[in-house]
Design a protein around this ligand. Structure first.
Ligand code: HEM
Length: 360
């Protein structure tokens, strides 16, 4: 990752479209961790348009993922699957192409004898503990692969976002909060510098030492949970807060509202990472904070995401100071949240300035 960033962010001072940059970085990481594949998602100006996906993959990301989800919400599954209109035809084609790409990729990997540790290799090698037989069928392997990166159906299109868009959204908001809270950025830099020491790269075990970095990320997700709410169906009759909930009722858990509830949080609108440090974290009510949801369907990627975010943020802050652009300061710019599946800033460009004597 560092080598790629070094190539892309080689200037000492530049304005960066962090919406595209963070999406590209997390997508690149999902490609490597999930498939051992360099998706080449990070290019000179770090936009999707500059990436070198094969066409099916690019289509999968831009069409089959985001547009398919919205279209299916708006028009329903049957229309999306059958209507002869250009938009739906392109969506179906994108999904078919992606399906074919993954089939080819999985079958090539199945015959590959090299020892690898990415998700796809683990799925292919998975065996039933009881019978010792192969645990997953090719279709299951493909579905699980989709879940982590791509899109294949409505449900999987939704889940594609979970693999990289969620972490990307979180990083965008975190960088904005750091740009507008220089004193917190300084405190973060102090920890990051201590952990880096004379080294240019972090090792896996450094993750545990970056405690304040993790507090910054957790607090950022309190204020701006990438997924603002989830829907759940009551499996049996229940009573919540005095309200009868009959079985079959759909209820929504609004993370965004809960995370800013003044009865649960002191100064709920303020960015205070110390809430999550070792002195204060125990004061947080167990259900007051749930960016990854709670219960049996809690996000299974949460540790992956937190580890990834800590490293990305530490490397960025070690090498660059992040601030608002001059124009944003003049105009009093505040990012506008936009919900597709995750909540992201509609547009966010920030000023990056290389710190003295630091090199990626
Ligand atoms: C900041 C980053 C992330 C956030 C905020 C997030 C949030 C969530 C939420 C709210 C759910 C729904 C849970 C529910 O229905 O109750 C979920 C599910 C899921 N997430 Fe994440 N996620 C993140 C990163 C990731 C990553 C990096 C991966 C994959 C490596 C991932 C994979 C999944 C999967 C597979 C599910 C479905 C789990 C199931 O239905 O049992 N997520 N995530």
């Amino acid at each position: 990752m560092l080598d790629v960033l070094n190539t892309v962010w080689k200037n000492d001072s530049f304005e960066l479209d962090v919406v595209h940059a963070m999406t590209s970085i997390t997508l690149q990481i999902m490609g490597l961790a999930g498939f051992g594949t360099d998706l080449q998602a990070i290019k000179e100006n770090v936009t999707y348009d500059q990436t070198r996906y094969t066409m099916p993959l690019k289509e999968a990301i831009t069409l089959a993922a985001s547009n398919a989800v919205i279209a299916r919400f708006q028009f329903g599954n049957w229309i999306c699957d059958n209507a002869p209109f250009e938009k739906f035809r392109r969506l179906r084609e994108a999904i078919r192409n992606t399906d074919k790409y993954l089939n080819d990729f999985i079958s090539a990997r199945s015959n590959d004898t090299e020892q690898r540790y990415d998700l796809l290799s683990l799925l292919i090698a998975a065996k039933s503990e009881e019978t010792g037989t192969t645990g997953l069928t090719p279709t299951e392997i493909k579905s699980d692969s989709f879940i982590f990166l791509f899109a294949g159906s409505f449900v999987l299109s939704y889940l594609q976002f979970l693999g990289h868009e969620t972490t990307a959204s979180q990083l965008m908001w975190t960088l904005w909060l750091l740009a507008t809270h220089p004193e917190i950025q300084d405190k973060l830099l102090q920890e990051v510098n201590e952990v880096f020491g004379d080294r240019e790269r972090l090792e896996h075990d450094d993750h545990e030492k970056l405690k304040y970095t993790l507090c910054v990320i957790r607090e950022s997700m309190r204020l701006n949970p990438p997924i603002a709410s989830v829907l759940k169906e009551a499996v049996e009759d229940d009573v919540i807060g005095g309200f009868k909930i009959p079985a079959g009722t759909t209820i929504t858990a609004q993370f965004y509202t809960i995370h800013r509830d003044p009865t649960l949080w002191e100064k709920p609108e303020e960015f205070i990472p110390e809430r999550f440090d070792e002195h204060n974290a125990h004061k947080i009510h167990p259900t007051a904070y749930m960016p990854f949801s709670l219960g049996s369907r809690k996000c299974i990627g949460f540790l992956f995401s937190l580890t990834e975010s800590v490293f990305i943020l530490a490397h960025i802050i070690r090498n660059f100071s992040v601030s608002r652009t001059e124009e944003q300061k003049r105009n009093g710019f505040v990012p506008v949240p936009q919900q597709v599946i995750t909540i992201q800033p509609k547009e966010l460009t920030l000023q990056f300035t290389r710190r003295a004597k630091q090199r990626l």
